[in-house]
Design a protein around this ligand. Structure first.
Ligand SMILES: [Zn+2]
Ligand SMILES: [Zn+2]
Length: 417
């Protein structure tokens, strides 16, 4: 058996790992969204695709595989629906920016048509593989994949974590532990611990309440899939629903999540939250939302587009901005944090309102990664989905603990015999 890395190796983005055995399985086929869109390097020959979850760094180039080879892809039902939403939206953005679309509508349709939905804990046979998904606790439908090589004597169980979170979130239980012989693990935060979640929640809610009490607008930019639903439930839980306006693609994502009750912990909380906040359906209603006291929860999370850009230049007195997720280099979110400016359609805007960063990460922190490896108890660990520093340092620390550990680069292959 061999693992070959086409992307997501010593970097975050464009995850693409091929497992070659009697048949070849591709774990994810994503894009990297830096200053421009980047794709996996090379063309893996896969017999099937596994989609770990809907985020575009994992699903974003899946339709690009659908040329002559119409292979099946496996994932959960919410992953299919949420991927479809995000992929369709990314085609729309390309069109708006007059950029060449990264795949055609036909390819997207072929991908969707050949997608086989599998629930957690349901085993599917594919050649000599038994494939099973487990809850990754990252976003709705996210999975940890276990592939059992039924004919193999050694290295029988290959587990791929995708993105995961070990501790529970409001709408998701913590990731399930999967025993493995080879563990391919994400390393996003391999050198950092997250802030205590209770403190993050308290600081965020205290801040939002302060703004509301002063009659201002709390502008909360959030990623459409995952973070928006989590924050929606959180705002409702803290009696802020009546002040909250909900806008952008996050609304469509929330509808999909609401249609996937078995993939949501605390489903009732989300359902009640969705019923009690104010959904923005017309552009005109945005004016009302800007009349404080109010909370505006909207996309995009890194201020690269979406209604948030419409709101941010029109905020009234006593308003504040609450960033709620990772801000990539080169995005408006990052420049806003650094020097209080953003770019909208080529024009620089200075944003005078106070900005805070709230670490609502849906990834495992440093000690969680070690805990997961120890409990999964593999012979070999492959560290991916982290920058050079994080993947190399995780592999090094695991070697010191007696595991065979690797931090491959793009183009590398590792054999397990
Ligand atoms: Zn993700
Ligand atoms: Zn990811």
């Amino acid at each position: 058996m061999q693992l070959k890395f086409y992307g997501g190796a010593q970097e975050v983005g464009r995850s693409a790992i091929l497992m070659k055995d009697d048949r070849s399985l591709l774990f994810d086929f994503g894009v990297k969204l830096d200053h421009r869109m980047e794709f996996p390097v090379g063309s893996p020959k896969a017999d099937a695709l596994i989609v770990s979850h809907a985020h575009l760094d994992h699903s974003g180039f899946s339709p690009g595989l659908y040329n002559e080879n119409l292979i099946p892809s496996f994932g959960t039902q919410p992953t299919l629906r949420l991927s479809n939403l995000l992929l369709d939206d990314s085609l729309g953005i390309a069109k708006k920016e007059h950029a060449k679309p990264q795949f055609s509508k036909r390819q997207l349709k072929e991908f969707i048509n050949r997608y086989i939905s599998m629930d957690y804990h349901h085993v599917t046979h594919f050649g000599n593989f038994d494939i099973e998904f487990f809850d990754a606790g990252h976003i709705c439908g996210s999975s940890i994949t276990l592939v059992e090589r039924t004919q193999a004597k050694d290295y029988r169980r290959i587990a791929y974590t995708g993105d995961f979170k070990l501790s529970p979130q409001l709408l998701h239980k913590g990731a399930e532990i999967v025993k493995s012989d080879v563990l391919i693990i994400e390393s996003t935060y391999a050198t950092r611990e997250h802030q205590d979640r209770k403190k993050v929640v308290k600081d965020f809610i205290d801040g939002v309440k302060r703004v509301v009490d002063n009659g201002g607008t709390a502008l909360v930019p959030a990623f459409a899939v995952g973070r928006s639903q989590e924050l929606l439930a959180l705002l409702y839980q803290h009696d802020l629903a009546q002040y909250t306006f909900f806008d952008g693609m996050a609304k469509d994502a929330t509808q999909i999540v609401l249609n996937s009750p078995s993939y949501v912990a605390n489903y009732d909380l989300l359902a009640k939250a969705a019923r009690n906040v104010n959904w923005i359906t017309e552009r005109d209603e945005r004016k009302e939302a800007l009349n404080g006291p109010s909370v505006i929860l909207t996309t995009g999370g890194m201020l690269h587009g979406g209604p948030v850009l419409d709101y941010i230049t029109k905020l009234g007195p006593n308003s504040e901005i609450f960033l709620t997720g990772y801000q990539q280099e080169g995005t408006n979110g990052k420049t806003l944090m650094e020097d209080g400016t953003i770019m909208i359609q080529g024009a620089k805007h200075r944003i005078p309102q106070p900005v805070s960063f709230n670490d609502f990460s849906a990834h495992a922190g440093m000690s969680d990664l070690f805990e997961y490896v120890k409990k999964s108890d593999p012979k070999a660990v492959v560290c991916v989905h982290g920058d050079e520093e994080n993947t190399i340092s995780l592999a090094k620390a695991l070697k010191e603990e007696g595991f065979a550990a690797y931090a491959p680069k793009i183009g590398d292959a590792i054999r397990f015999d």
